[in-house]
Design a protein around this ligand. Structure first.
Ligand SMILES: [Zn+2]
Length: 266
């Protein structure tokens, strides 16, 4: 029988929740093709319904306009997402991104695009991806995930050197583990996902990809899984120069190089 317990907690469900949120998927009236086929839903209690908290629109605004998306992401951004931003008098955008800097980029003869740079609301983003990962887990495996998650955003270049190198390391490591595995999801150009096999500690990971180019990695650590103290991660946290090798590649942490903030087109 289908579960009627919330995907996030032990309360009875009061509604069904789309994972990821429905508003991320463009409608045919905006982009000419229906990308809302067979969307995944899970049972949700009142408190964990992200539509009611505004997290749905927050995630939509945070993801759809990011440089690196495919054309569907942009088409969505320039229709539904901008309508929502204008309707909110820009408060939706302001909540999604702080320290905004606007500039205009010429991308062809007399063709301009406004680009806004800024710092995403990481804490809220991580909360949203935790929910997406748990929802996808329930929809895919048919059971609730119990444990903790840790998210690495693969698409937000950071001004601190470690996250950029850490993103590169995670992307390559997960890429190796997922080699040959199918990308799941009925609208893969908008959203697809892949699960790794659990490692010897029971820890596994889901790779979420939005709009063909935004990669998010969520590690799932089940209750009772015992992680050994990882000396390399401790050295990195302490600011000590550390090199990790994966196959023939090297990843250097706590060196001097940096990168930019996230870039959005507006
Ligand atoms: Zn709940």
């Amino acid at each position: 029988m289908e579960s009627t317990i919330c995907y996030m907690c032990d309360l009875p469900s009061t509604s069904r929740e789309h994972v990821p949120p429905r508003c991320l998927f463009p409608e045919s009236k905006d982009v000419g093709k229906d990308y809302r086929q067979n969307l995944l839903t899970v049972p949700s209690c009142h408190d964990h319904n992200s539509g009611k908290s505004g997290d749905d629109e927050f995630l939509m605004v945070s993801l759809a306009g990011i440089i690196g998306n495919n054309s569907i992401g942009y088409a969505h951004k320039f229709t539904k997402v901008n309508r929502a931003i204008y309707r909110s008098s820009f408060s939706l955008l302001n909540r999604a991104m702080g320290n905004q800097k606007w500039s205009t980029i010429e991308f062809g003869p007399n063709k301009f695009i406004d680009v806004v740079w800024g710092t995403p609301d990481y804490e809220r983003l991580l909360r949203c991806f935790d929910r997406v990962a748990r929802g996808i887990h329930l929809a895919h495996f048919g059971r609730t995930f119990r444990g903790t998650t840790k998210t690495v955003l693969g698409y937000v270049p950071s001004d601190s050197p470690n996250p950029a190198e850490f993103q590169r390391f995670v992307r390559d490591k997960v890429g190796l583990e997922l080699q040959g595995k199918p990308r799941l999801g009925r609208n893969p150009e908008v959203f697809n996902f892949q699960f790794t096999e659990p490692d010897q500690f029971g820890v596994f990971l889901v790779h979420l990809q939005f709009y063909g180019g935004l990669d998010v990695y969520v590690a799932l650590m089940p209750e009772g899984s015992r992680l050994p103290g990882n000396i390399a991660m401790q050295l990195i946290d302490m600011g000590i120069q550390t090199t990790i090798t994966l196959g023939e590649k090297e990843y250097r942490f706590n060196t001097e190089t940096g990168a930019d903030d996230s870039r959005f087109s507006s």
